[in-house]
Design a protein around this ligand. Sequence first.
Ligand SMILES: Nc1nc2c(ncn2[C@@H]2O[C@H](COP(=O)(O)OP(=O)(O)O)[C@@H](O)[C@H]2O)c(=O)[nH]1
Ligand SMILES: Nc1ncnc2c1ncn2[C@@H]1O[C@H](COP(=O)(O)OP(=O)(O)O)[C@@H](O)[C@H]1O
Length: 202
Amino acid sequence: MFVLSSPSGAGKTTMSRRLIVDDPEIVMSVSVTTRPPRPGEIDGRDYHFIDDAKFDELLEAGELLEWATVFGHRYGTPREPVQDALHAGRDVLFDIDWQGTQQLQQTDAGSDLVRVFILPPGMGELERRLRSRGTDSDPVIAHRMRRAATEISHWGEYDYILINDDPDLCLGEIRAILKAERLARRRQIGLAGFVRDMLAKT
Ligand SMILES: Nc1nc2c(ncn2[C@@H]2O[C@H](COP(=O)(O)OP(=O)(O)O)[C@@H](O)[C@H]2O)c(=O)[nH]1
Ligand SMILES: Nc1ncnc2c1ncn2[C@@H]1O[C@H](COP(=O)(O)OP(=O)(O)O)[C@@H](O)[C@H]1O
């Protein structure tokens, strides 16, 4: 389970999209949200856009692996697609906030979590990016900027911290983390058998 968190506008959606395009081993967890779609967002790709009643229903049925209220809307991770992907031996990428990351840490698979926090190069640049995205009104941008310091204050709960200045560099760093974590001894299932067989043939 590979988590990317950041203050709004630091670039985690951009990084996630680029990462999954050319890495078939990792699948994106598509969250449900009660937030209305932004221009250009596609239902089922960016989010599953649902209303409050449907969110309550999913919560009561225990179908969310984690959930949180962010910027006045509720967001949650559907449990089943994540479990299916993990059982199939695939990695799962989550674009979720610090509250969701803490909840994933407490699940059975918590020890398998890799947590990456993306910082912007500066607060002025963060606001410029939110404006350049062109998807949010001035009050929404102001709200996200007010919340940014709270989000950033949770950086110490993450395993890796990246500064997203040059996007290509940042993506390269994310790929490097993923590669190294995949090579970790505890994740190389079947390695003991491979070594035993190899030595038996000598
Ligand atoms: N806990 C949790 N947070 C989520 C989930 N989906 C998205 N978020 C977070 O909600 C925040 C707002 O997301 P969004 O409205 O897409 O705005 P953006 O961060 O500016 O792209 C971001 O910090 C996301 O990482 C989820 O399923 N669970
Ligand atoms: N390294 C970067 N340099 C300049 N602009 C960037 C960079 N990374 C992302 N952006 C732009 O900043 C805006 C916010 O990025 P986005 O991925 O939507 O952030 P988040 O998902 O963290 O809210 C987008 O317009 C995106 O194209």
